[in-house]
Design a protein around this ligand. Sequence first.
Ligand code: PMP
Length: 306
Amino acid sequence: MDQTQHAYFEGKIVPFGDAKISIATHGLNYGTAAFGGLRGYWNAGQKKLFVFRPLDHFKRFLHSAKVLAMDLPHTPESLTKITMELLKVDGWQQDVYVRPLCYKADAGIGVRLHDLRDEVSIFATPFGAYGKNEDGAHVTISSWRRIDDNVIPARGKISGAYANSALIKTDAIRAGFDEALVLDQNGHISEGTAMNVFMVRDGVLITPPVYDNILEGITRRTILELAKNELGLPVLERSIDRTETFVCDELFLTGTAAQVTVITKVDYRAVGNGKIGPITASLRDLFNEVVHGKVEKYNHWNAAVE
Ligand code: PMP
């Protein structure tokens, strides 16, 4: 992490260095924590920092908490307000990533979800590109399988579940790829390590449905809406087979960190003609305009820090 000034910790905004937990913390030992990830985009023209879809992010965050049997005294609105205050205190004038975390805060031994204290923390840090080759990623199909809803639900952004993503990512990177797509227990493409996946076949935009063990991405939802409303594209949420990624016309990843990341090769096979496709290019441009608060119609998605 580069730098960060303050954090929300145990109910207060404190200097970042004061936000410390014990090594015996339940969430750290057992992965009984859940997180979110939002971006703040600096609009240099308007000199404003816009946080993208905070209410939607915090709604999902509270859903993740619910999966972990947490009953947090927060709403999407209260968490958005805290985030805005935190960002204001540090006066960021650059793109940032915001990381809310909820965790089982008691120190001690004993794996469970109940009868434990829950806490929420939030910090922000400067953030640019996430991946190395966002204009042309080479992905592999991982030999690992995605965690199943009946194992650890991918629908929740549960910290412990990210050991699955970490296994997938490290093997992909060490084998020379930029990222990996992972199959679920039924053999369908679920998603990347921290991003959803879309493919274009014959002019139709297709993404796996929420019941194929994916995180219900806010960027995914955004892209589906923009594709339908602005490009008039037919969109389909249906299972995707492994070899469809070899024969499709366009393929890309979406996520708060990854934004719209273009995939140009899958296991040494070129996607389409091996270059960014026209639908991916249009959606990426539109997404960039929207998140920077430059498209009036979607400005309700951008919360300005002021
Ligand atoms: N899938 C996984 C596993 C993720 O961690 C993320 C990142 N939050 C996404 C998809 C994309 O979700 P979002 O667009 O809400 O960032």
